[in-house]
Design a protein around this ligand. Structure first.
Ligand SMILES: Cc1cc2nc3c(=O)[nH]c(=O)nc-3n(C[C@H](O)[C@H](O)[C@H](O)COP(=O)(O)OP(=O)(O)OC[C@H]3O[C@@H](n4cnc5c(N)ncnc54)[C@H](O)[C@@H]3O)c2cc1C
Length: 263
């Protein structure tokens, strides 16, 4: 671990599963030529369980997430996102830490992390610090990771959404092996037919995975059968996968479906 941190702090690029990096390599878009392979670092592996948190090592793969009965029980949206990420080969090799650090707005595991109030543990030669995942991405491909830092783990506070109604929806060109045009992770708890607590997060509709806090605030106390006017917090773009107009419309439809399913 010390050697890896020393390499990363002198500019070597972390290389986890390589499922994003190798695509860039094949496309001739990889500028860095020095890579610090993380794959064998035990400290970045494993799912650790305590009374308060489940801590996923940054190298936790989608396959490991899918195979965890505990995650399926307490964090079903993350399991669902893992199951809908790429195909089996990508799921065996792609990691949660890599999905976050690659900082794509379309990263499917990130909206569930926003819903579950995840926290990141970042590590460098100077030690370990923790930051909330919400706010970690600050712009397109920009994040709070300092030079020389690695993502060590992702911490999920336990049981915080048990009993909530939860939905993960991904819309792509195909039903499998497609990068999202839009994805939604949402969870809500109703009391007396009214929204008591709610979390809404999207992928692919903003420069980074988006938590919709103003929409959440507008829905607090609402009867899902009589929805109040909702703000549009998305800022989608046209790109090779879709258009801004389509994304905005689908994002609205996915949210409406979710809210109607509560009523
Ligand atoms: C065929 C295919 C299909 C895919 N489908 C999907 C999909 O449906 N949904 C989706 O979201 N993604 C998809 N991806 C993208 C990819 O699989 C994920 O983003 C994956 O989680 C990346 O993890 P990795 O370990 O392979 O990262 P790598 O390629 O090793 O690294 C990605 C980036 O993260 C950095 N990095 C990696 N680990 C760390 C760490 N611990 N600390 C700091 N920086 C780190 C690297 O330096 C690099 O910049 C697909 C990829 C392929 C090839």
């Amino acid at each position: 671990m010390d050697d890896a941190l020393a390499l990363v702090s002198s500019g070597w690029q972390p290389f986890a599963g390589g499922t994003d990096l190798m695509v860039l390599y094949e496309a001739g878009k990889l500028t860095e030529t020095r890579f610090a392979g993380l794959w064998k670092l035990e400290e970045l592996r494993g799912i650790r369980v305590s009374e308060e948190h489940i801590e996923l090592g940054a190298l936790t793969t989608y396959t490991q997430i899918r195979q965890s009965a505990l995650l399926a029980d307490e964090f079903p949206l993350l399991c669902r996102a893992a199951a809908e990420t790429g195909g089996i080969a990508t799921q065996n090799r792609g990691t949660l830490g890599g999905n976050i650090a690659n900082a794509s707005p379309a990263a499917d595991s990130c909206p569930p992390l926003l819903v579950y109030d995840a926290e990141l543990e970042l590590m460098s030669g100077a030690g370990i610090r923790r930051v909330p995942y919400a706010g970690f991405h600050t712009g397109y491909k920009k994040m709070l990771l300092e030079p020389g830092e690695l993502i060590r783990s992702i911490r999920l506070p336990r049981n915080n959404k048990k009993g909530w109604h939860q939905v993960f929806r991904k819309v792509g060109t195909r039903r499998a092996q497609a990068i999202s045009k839009v994805c939604l992770a949402a969870a809500a708890r109703l009391v007396g037919g009214r929204v008591e607590q709610i979390r809404i997060a999207y992928g692919s509709v903003a420069p980074y995975p988006l938590r919709c806090t103003r929409t959440e605030a507008a829905l607090l106390g609402a009867d899902p059968r009589k929805l109040p006017p909702l703000p549009d917090e998305t800022s989608p773009i046209d790109d090779l996968r879709s258009t801004a107009g389509y994304r905005r419309r689908v994002a609205g439809n996915l949210l409406r479906d979710f809210l109607e399913s509560l009523g």
